[in-house]
Design a protein around this ligand. Structure first.
Ligand code: HEM
Length: 250
């Protein structure tokens, strides 16, 4: 057994202890997450009533909800790599809620713009979408989020079929860069790229993790196939439990 095998087995042993919380504990984790995810909204509502949103409350709300959309998008995309790294399959049970909170904050963000900023002036909104690239890109990201939220129920997964559902939900790999581009363009006027770079790097790592994982699964699978081929003279024993499970989406 090599040093890396020992390390991997230790990390698995440690992770196993928290691998499968009892169904009751998962319900508690979900309820806690549900409440925690509402705190940014609660803070905004409090800010409105306590008059604590600064000189331009609409701008404050737009920016805050935009930030939280990106944060929840990052958390949603972090579930799968975290599941692989920690060997905690149960994390998947939190992904739908995180994804729906991404949509929820995007909807609040869009509604703030649509209602409080533009007062439902469809001509002004249309002009903005056509003429201001950062709005065009943000709008595109939002439009792409709608079908993902609409098909998030178990019923819709069944109706579409797992394969089509997974294909549709790959749109998130486009939504994430569009969200960053939207933020980047917004900040371009002031040459203030610090935060778009931070968010962009986090999302880039989360997307790159999928590419690395996909490559690794391919490599291990092709090695397994080679080992099964008697002409190579290798046995499956050499691969042990390293053959990972199915690659999942998002
Ligand atoms: C997935 C979709 C979207 C994401 C992830 C997103 C994200 C963001 C972020 C991070 C900010 C900057 C927040 C800050 O300064 O801290 C922002 C600002 C903004 N976004 Fe979005 N956005 C999205 C969709 C939209 C849509 C659909 C619209 C309107 C059509 C929109 C309009 C705006 C406006 C007006 C601002 C503020 C600009 C300013 O204050 O100068 N966004 N958005």
């Amino acid at each position: 057994m090599t040093a890396s095998d020992v390390r991997e087995s230790q990390s698995r042993n440690w992770a196993m202890r928290v691998r499968a919380p009892a169904p009751g504990s998962i319900a508690v984790i979900k309820a806690t997450l549900f409440v925690l995810a509402l705190t940014p909204l609660a803070r905004l509502v409090y800010g409105v009533f306590a008059d604590r949103l600064g000189a331009n409350p609409v701008e404050f709300i737009t920016r805050d909800t935009g930030d939280w959309t990106l944060i929840f998008l990052s958390l949603t995309l972090a579930v799968t790599p975290a599941r692989w790294l920690l060997h905690w399959p149960w994390l998947l049970k939190l992904r739908r809620m995180l994804g729906l909170y991404t949509f929820f904050y995007a909807l609040l963000h869009f509604t703030t713009y649509f209602w409080l900023d533009k007062f439902f002036d469809l001509t002004a909104i249309g002009r903005d979408i056509l003429k201001r690239p950062f709005i065009t890109v943000g709008f595109a990201a939002f439009v792409l989020l709608v079908p993902l939220a609409a098909t998030s129920t178990n019923r819709m997964v069944k109706r579409l079929g797992a394969h089509n559902w997974r294909r549709l939900h790959r749109a998130v790999y486009l939504i994430a860069p569009l969200g960053i581009l939207h933020f980047w363009w917004m900040k371009a006027g002031k040459h203030d790229f610090h935060r778009p770079i931070v968010y962009g790097s986090v999302l880039a790592v989360l997307l790159a993790a999928r590419i690395v994982h996909f490559w690794w699964v391919r490599r291990v699978t092709s090695r397994a196939e080679a080992a099964l081929n008697p002409t190579t003279g290798q046995g499956m024993r050499t691969l042990g439990s390293k053959v990972p499970g199915k690659v999942s989406s998002a």
